[in-house]
Design a protein around this ligand. Structure first.
Ligand code: SF4
Ligand code: SF4
Ligand code: SF4
Length: 377
């Protein structure tokens, strides 16, 4: 758990209070250590099978919407002697060490932060967004503990955006030294003769290598999504190459999936600070309330229907539909759930057996309209 937000607000008390409120709420039921085994249904009417605990006790819950807040975690670095030297920590390690008054932190005279560890590299090209601010905040926390501590932040780009700029300014005023490195000349970390850390980085201003002997080396490690492939496949929700969830539209539907009734919030979507996660969670709940506050849901009349006699079960419609509406029924033909169909017509055009028609836009209706047009013309 993070020690504090970039504004210095303690995270643990907030989280403890939130957990208590959730557990004490009469209308909230929690299912810890539970695995989702199956799900079915449509917007406003889902049924999901859960297997709880080691006994795998099965229960089925009915729900109108689903919000995916499956979270993310800190990537465990393999570089810079992490796990091989006690002085090499990640951000979460450092937070824990500060909170517990660890000797490694209290006795440190020199600390070096290395930014973008595991982020913005070919395997993980995204920015983890929180680590620059957290390094600045942690550097200031270390300075408060020991104003004489030498602190270096080795960065590629310092993304202290918005009001976080003040944190950067404050760090500079308090003597934190910033040094830029690039991907071609990564900092080198090795053990010296006394088994201490020795770090060499090419300073782009001095244009010569600088050697530092830090007591603490803090790695601003990437944020990665929690592994939930099976869950996402069950709900047929998409992820990008890095495993983060993909929203229906970045600007128009930022907390929803293309399939109706499914929403997302938090780190599972992309790396973001706590305040953004909370804002996104509130947005997802607000959007979800527009569904579950209704007595019933009306679906549009422009929906695709399958003629079972013509269906060859080729799965073309299943693969084509951007909203995952078609499925293959137990009777052995494609079926399209009207509540999920948006009437885009893509499956109608793709079906090789001409088994699908779009209500209000059948071939007969289109041809009749064309005939009428030319007759009038
Ligand atoms: S927030 Fe900073 S340290 Fe983290 S990935 Fe982005 S640029 Fe790198
Ligand atoms: S594309 Fe047509 S033939 Fe193929 S599964 Fe779908 S409805 Fe059946
Ligand atoms: S009409 Fe569009 S939304 Fe409806 S089932 Fe076909 S492809 Fe999916």
């Amino acid at each position: 758990m993070l020690r504090s937000t970039w504004k210095g607000e303690a995270v643990a008390p907030y989280l403890e209070e939130l957990i208590h409120r959730v557990q004490a709420h009469p209308l909230i039921q929690t299912f810890p250590k539970t695995e989702v085994q199956d799900t079915s249904g449509i917007i406003g009417n889902f049924a999901t099978t859960l297997a709880a605990g080691e006994e795998k006790d099965i229960s089925v819950i009915e729900h109108g919407i689903t919000i995916f807040a499956t979270g993310g975690k800190e990537h465990e670095p393999e570089e810079y002697l992490y796990g091989k030297h006690p002085g090499v920590l990640t951000h979460l390690d450092l937070d824990k060490a500060i909170l517990t008054g660890d000797d490694r932190v209290e006795g440190a005279k020199t600390a070096v932060f290395i930014q973008c560890v595991g982020s913005r590299i070919p395997e993980r090209p995204y920015c983890s967004r929180t680590c620059c601010s957290h390094s600045l905040e942690s550097a200031m926390a270390l300075k408060e503990m020991n104003p004489e501590m030498n602190i270096f932040i080795l960065y590629r780009d310092l993304r202290s955006y918005g009001f976080r700029e003040d944190l950067y300014r404050k760090a500079r005023e308090n003597g934190v030294i910033f040094m830029r490195y690039n991907l071609e000349q990564l900092p080198q970390v090795e053990l010296d003769d006394s088994q201490g850390l020795s770090l060499t980085v090419m300073d782009h201003v001095l244009r010569r290598p600088v050697r530092i002997s830090p007591d603490l080396l803090i790695l601003a490690s990437a944020i990665i999504p929690n592994e939930n492939k099976k869950l996402f496949e069950l709900f047929k929700i998409p992820t990008n190459d890095e495993g983060f969830l993909i929203e229906a539209h970045m600007k128009l539907r930022p907390v929803e999936f293309a399939s109706e009734g499914l929403f997302m919030a938090g780190l599972a979507h992309y790396p973001k600070p706590l305040d953004e996660s909370i804002a996104q969670a509130k947005a997802a709940v607000a959007r979800g309330m527009t569904i579950i506050s209704k007595e019933g849901i009306l679906v549009g009349g422009v929906v695709a229907t399958v003629d079972p006699k013509k269906c060859a079960v080729c799965l073309t419609c299943v693969r084509t539909c951007p909203y995952n509406a078609p499925d293959i029924s137990e009777e052995g033909h494609a079926v399209i759930e009207p509540a999920e169909c948006r009437g885009c017509g893509a499956c109608v055009a793709e079906c090789p057996g001409k088994a699908i028609s779009l209500q209000h836009f059948t071939d007969e209706q289109i041809i009749a309209k064309e005939d009428a047009l030319f007759e009038v013309g």
